[in-house]
Design a protein around this ligand. Structure first.
Ligand code: MN
Length: 147
């Protein structure tokens, strides 16, 4: 089962999104602020994160920056949840390194479509890495055994 971390401080939006994800059979773990988000990422290692931009304390940009600078978490797809739809924000969101963004109110079909396509592309990238001879770290034929 695929686990998604949902980071949103607004209770109503969190419940709505949780419901959408649960019906689509995703496992959902929730966080209400940036610090809790970072703790839960480390704890559950989710396959994807839905990250609200405006959060108390550490905002979505700061959380993303920390995830992207950590080799354990920098491949996790992160979708921004934002109340804004202005061009400058879109640009800032992509420059920050979010994989995609959703403007509130969240549209159910587009949310599930975005999640699905990000999960598929990450699986393809993993499969490609696994079959790429340059990236394998299998046993070396030149290993010298001490005698
Ligand atoms: Mn918020």
């Amino acid at each position: 089962m695929c686990t998604i971390l949902l980071v949103e401080d607004n209770l109503l939006i969190r419940e709505l999104v949780r419901e959408i994800l649960a019906i689509a059979r995703y496992e959902v773990v929730e966080a209400c602020d940036g610090n809790e988000a970072l703790r839960k990422v480390a704890e559950i290692e989710p396959q994807l994160v839905l990250l609200d931009i405006q959060l108390p304390g550490l905002d979505g940009y700061s959380v993303l920056r920390r995830l992207r600078s950590d080799p354990r978490f920098n491949k996790i797809p992160v979708i921004a949840l934002t109340a804004y739809a202005m061009q400058s924000d879109r640009q800032r969101i992509f420059e920050a390194g979010f994989d995609c963004y959703m403007t509130k109110p969240i549209d159910r079909a587009s949310l599930l479509e975005n999640i699905h396509s990000l999960l598929v592309s990450i699986r393809l990238a993993d499969a490609k890495r696994a079959t790429d001879p340059l990236s394998t770290t299998g046993p070396s034929s030149t290993t010298n055994h001490a005698s």
